[in-house]
Design a protein around this ligand. Sequence first.
Ligand SMILES: Cc1ncc(C[n+]2csc(CCOP(=O)(O)OP(=O)(O)O)c2C)c(N)n1
Ligand SMILES: [Mg+2]
Length: 579
Amino acid sequence: MGTQTHICGSGHDDMRNSTDGGDAILQAFRSLGIDYVMASPGSEWGPFWEAMAQQQLTNESGPTYLTCAHETLAVDLAIGYTSLTGRMQAVMLHTGVGLLQGSLGIEGALRGAIPMLILSGESVSFGDDPDIDPGFQWQAILNQVGSPTRLIEPLVKWAHQTGSISNMYQQIVTAGELSQRTPRAPTYLSVPIEVMMQPWTPPSERRNPPAAPVVTATPADIAKVTDMLLAAECPAIITEESGRTAEGYNALIALAETLAIPVVEGRFAPYANFPKDHPLYLGAGRPPVIDEADLILMIASRQPWYPLANVPKNARIVSIDDTPFRDHVVYQPSSAECFLEGDVAANLALLVDALRQAKIDETAITRRRARWEDTTVDRAAEARQIVTDAETDDTISPALLAATLSRVAPEGTVFVDETITHRPAIVRHLHSDGPMSYFRVHGGLGQAMGVALGAKLAVPDRAVVTTLGDGTFLYNPAIQALAFARTNNLATLTVVFNNHGYNAMRKDQEGYFPDGVAAKNDLWLGHPITEFDYAELAKPFGAFGATVETPAELPGMLEEAFAAIANGQSALLNVLLNA
Ligand SMILES: Cc1ncc(C[n+]2csc(CCOP(=O)(O)OP(=O)(O)O)c2C)c(N)n1
Ligand SMILES: [Mg+2]
């Protein structure tokens, strides 16, 4: 970047001519190539705001500051932006309370292996330092025994309190580099106000760290798996996250096509991993191929056999993953006999190269391809029939909503999904378009609207749609998200799959107690939601809002909503469903 942090003696009387910890933070963000600071404010950030104001007045290059009215929203903006771009962002929150409010998203970032640099502040002098008055609130109400660091430790891969202005800049840079190393995960630094207020001398030589290197398996391991693939009669692929990057998505297609290997997605796949209309796509879960296969490549996938006793009996299993064992997963016995560790896309590309150089029995591959093509034609016809039947109903089914959404959505639409019991309908009937077109929210409910706004920030020319249930909509900071969208001109479409309650809760209770008191008396305490006219919420924010009740009006309403977001107006559709 090579720019000086401050213009000393610039001739502007209204500028500062010294640097402090606020400048150190800003400079660290610049060194890390951070595009946005996603923030929800706290009183500790004065020094940083001073530095940002100076950056603005001097037109110096550096990150853009975005302020939100909710910490979950700030964290989820970063998740959405990073998911689409692969670029780590900075999140600034208010001491321990801000961390607590943002922790749902931070835990989601941990589960989703999203790199993120999180900062929050604290006081360490509590007014006893005659040179610095941090404000009386610190001693009275805001402090955390053991520093805010203690609150967030389990949810990040590295958490620390920075203690000295002399190395704070360097610590922030290192925390950013660390976050982007495998396993990618949020890192956290607490920056005391007293440290931020200290004068800071920028380093004479600045280092802009390089991107994390791409690490791959050894040639011997690639050769071994290549031989296993060539010897297999019925290989299959199961994946959850190979579509995390466009390279991974494309490499998976290349691998599957080279040997006509069918692809199955895990039940909780958070990305678009493979085209759903591809002749080798066999759907999600456990289609019969899993039990027929003699070789299964588990690609970027958590343990897919549930319970473990259901491990496929006939297959040798290879795990291709950058983190085959995830630090945050409690129970993950592996069934793999062999691992290709390292960057998933790069390892898949190495396998494809090796296969292309090998002698492949093309007749056998052609036969295999034809067999899976027949299966996928039947599956597609069955799915179409479900939707055709639903069109003649009086009420809207989840399948019809998902299918109509994907039909009406413009090319390149990004879907951010947080549905619960409607997820199978989404997986089956919502055909998103190519790599980086579908993102499932990681972690607890209440994040999709923020992730969608972060995605829109990353790809402003693409339509972005959030799909979520009525219960899940109520967990989202919807008011803050709509306000943020308005202020920052980020128009997305939110579609509420409204089945009038927490269906998941009711289904689980029914599963545990099919003949229980609730079933006998139709008394489901975990199910009800006090329902409001959600679409009305659009009004104060200048958004387009509508309630959709019948199959006949559904396509037209969706078209209107897509037209609104194309015009820069957010849209909120409350779609009343029959299940
Ligand atoms: C933060 C958080 N709180 C609670 C839950 C538990 N939970 C999982 S699904 C669900 C109900 C979701 O309701 P809705 O979005 O209407 O979906 P439906 O079950 O009706 O398909 C709840 C409360 C959760 N996952 N995350
Ligand atoms: Mg519901």
